[in-house]
Design a protein around this ligand. Structure first.
Ligand code: DX5
Ligand code: ZN
Length: 228
């Protein structure tokens, strides 16, 4: 499995009127995955968009469409997001009582299955589903908004997850408050996918995308330096 550092810009911090062009711009500027944040105003205190928007974005993504579902109950919507073209479907461990069943269903739909853990949720939440997942997403902010402050206590959780995962082909993704300053802490702890919204999109636009590339390279090189 590819454990090299991958940068996944969150389009939550992009121009909502230009999702297609924004996805093309970040890919042209060197991102590895595209992170798509779906919020329902119920599981989290914010609303973004649903499967129709994901389907509209899909043709503009050549890399990996990484869909983070902050919705509950989630099961009734999984097929819609799979049909919209998600490569990875990540659900929250806290979003329902039947995590095992939901993960099986995601794989049956042909997607990679991810579990996201809120800052207060222990690493042990994935213990009995570890062989059903392709990714664990450690939330380093409380989900719902971009631009929040990184929660340092999550470094220890990533170290625990790295030990639990061993040689299994499971990505450790970090979501929230990632910058060139915080990325190295998580790379050293064992993370390989770094989601970044504000820190990638700041200073740029679809007509001036060069800052996206500079921001991506700054996060990547800081993280890579910590992996040695
Ligand atoms: C938060 C989202 C994140 C968010 C990250 O609920 O899941 O993906 O967009 O944004 P930044 O990088 O600005 O913290
Ligand atoms: Zn996210």
């Amino acid at each position: 499995m590819d454990r090299s550092i991958k940068i996944a810009p969150s389009i939550l911090a992009s121009d909502f009127a230009n999702f297609g062009l924004e996805c093309e711009a970040i890919e042209a500027e060197g991102c590895d995955w595209v992170h798509v944040d779906v919020m329902d105003g119920h599981f989290v205190p914010n609303i973004t968009f649903g499967p129709a928007t994901c389907a509209a974005i899909r043709p503009h993504i050549k890399t990996v469409m990484d869909v983070h579902l902050m919705i509950a109950p989630v099961d009734g919507f999984l097929k819609d997001f799979a049909d919209a073209g998600a490569d990875v479907l990540t659900i929250h461990a806290e979003a329902g009582p039947h995590l095992h069943r939901s993960l099986q269903y995601i794989r049956d739909l042909g997607c990679k299955a991810g579990v996201a853990l809120n800052p207060s949720t222990p690493a042990s939440a994935i213990e009995y589903v570890i062989d059903l997942i392709d990714l664990v997403c450690v939330m380093t902010v409380n989900p719902g908004f971009g631009g929040q402050k990184f929660i340092h206590s999550q470094v220890a959780k990533v170290e625990q997850l790295r030990a639990m995962i061993g040689e299994r082909p499971i990505h450790i993704e970090i979501d929230g408050g990632i910058t060139p300053q915080t990325a190295p802490l998580m790379a050293a702890a064992g993370a390989d996918v770094l989601v970044a919204g504000s820190a990638v999109f700041k200073g740029g636009s679809v007509t001036n995308p060069a800052p996206y590339g500079e921001n991506i390279r700054a996060i990547r090189s800081a993280a890579q330096a910590a992996c040695k």
